[in-house]
Design a protein around this ligand. Structure first.
Ligand code: ZN
Length: 364
């Protein structure tokens, strides 16, 4: 019997209804902001905010999910486990408030895509002012036709074999870097960062300052899945290893768990990441953003699932069998149905939330 199986919702709409209902019953201030795109059944899509705890709190824990659409099945489950199971029976430490951001990319969540309504990978889209949305690694260009075929899925597809051969030739970190660091030249390709700020970015920029309020110190956990080993996690920061913020986070969340971006590690160097952008937006206060990444399947399976879904999204129709097969494959890759995985990862994420609250309540 899984304690947290019930925290997972079958679709975005159900997740959002539960989020709003539980925020309401806890007396949270909450609001949903439309992104201007529609769900699969024509429904409006929103990024939802809910804040729990004192209005004038100096310390704030932010938990966000669904930056990568489909990864929101997991992140939403963590938020719902907090809202439905934990918060009704607990108090926050003195002077600490909690802000939930539900579905940063509601289009991807509802349509079972990692990307948004413009095929944008949001975690490649948060460019700082003055940074150009252009360029692609030469390695990406070399892999483009293999990675982003311009035909519907089906027939004989030697992708896995070719990818395995390429990994053998170039080594995994090199290939991973070339593919996933972000590209701005192939609008239908994977890991596309867009040509300008996404709707989600614009909404966060206009809404977040109000929700953060007078907080002087923020710990932000942005929940992700799909990188790293099954049921394990890492906390990725976009600052250097010797930055005071990184040192502080390591003290509170574990030296071996907090990682600065490193091309040879589980994570890779990417452009336009949320953390750096938020830390710049809130440059006047201590803003510590971590990407909490929970592992599922091996990298080859992940990239195959991403490739198949992207191919189906651009070159097949929603009624096609290969379309729904690709969606199923993507959902399983980023939100495994395994009761053990669901139970274990949500429980772990809830511990991270507790660690965040304790860190914020501490003087140092
Ligand atoms: Zn992600």
């Amino acid at each position: 019997m899984s304690r947290f199986a019930s925290s997972f919702s079958p679709d975005y709409r159900t997740a959002r209804t539960r989020f709003r209902k539980s925020a309401e019953s806890l007396g949270c201030r909450h609001a949903g902001v439309e992104i201007g795109a529609e769900g699969p059944n024509g429904e409006a899509l929103t990024i939802d905010f809910a804040r729990f705890g004192p209005k004038d709190a100096d310390q704030l824990l932010v938990v966000s999910c669904g930056t990568h659409g489909v990864e929101g099945f997991f992140g939403s489950a963590v938020e719902l486990a907090m809202l439905e199971q934990r918060l009704p029976e607990r108090r926050l430490p003195e002077g600490v408030a909690l802000l939930f951001v539900h579905a940063v990319n509601p289009y991807g969540f509802s349509h079972i895509r990692r990307v948004n309504e413009d095929n944008i990978d949001l975690n490649r889209n948060f460019m700082l002012d003055g940074d150009a949305f252009e360029g692609a690694d030469p390695g990406y260009t070399a892999f483009d036709s293999m990675l982003n075929p311009t035909s519907p899925p089906g027939g004989i597809d030697p992708f896995t074999l070719r990818a395995a051969l390429n990994i053998a030739r170039h080594g995994m970190p090199a290939m991973k870097n070339a593919l996933v660091q972000g590209q701005y030249e192939y609008p239908k390709g994977l890991f596309y960062g867009g040509q300008g700020p996404s709707a989600s970015q614009r909404i966060l920029k206009s809404e977040l300052p109000e929700w953060v309020g007078s907080a002087q110190r923020v710990v932000h956990l942005d929940l992700h899945t799909g990188m790293g080993k099954w049921e394990t996690y890492v906390l990725a920061v976009s600052r250097s290893i010797d930055d005071p913020s990184t040192i502080w986070l390591k003290k509170h969340f574990g030296n071996d768990k907090v990682e600065a971006l490193d091309p040879n590690g589980v994570l890779y160097e990417i452009r336009g990441v949320l953390g750096t952008w938020l830390q710049s937006l809130f440059g006047d206060i201590s803003y510590h953003c971590m990407l909490a990444e929970f592992g599922t399947y091996n990298p080859l399976r992940m990239i195959s699932a991403l490739r198949a879904e992207n191919r189906a999204a651009h070159w097949a129709s929603p009624g096609d069998a290969q379309f729904s097969r690709a969606k199923q494959g993507l959902k399983e890759a980023f939100a495994p149905a395994s009761a053990s995985w669901r139970n274990h990862t949500v429980a772990t994420a809830l511990e991270l939330v507790e660690q965040g609250l304790v860190a914020l309540a501490s003087a140092g």
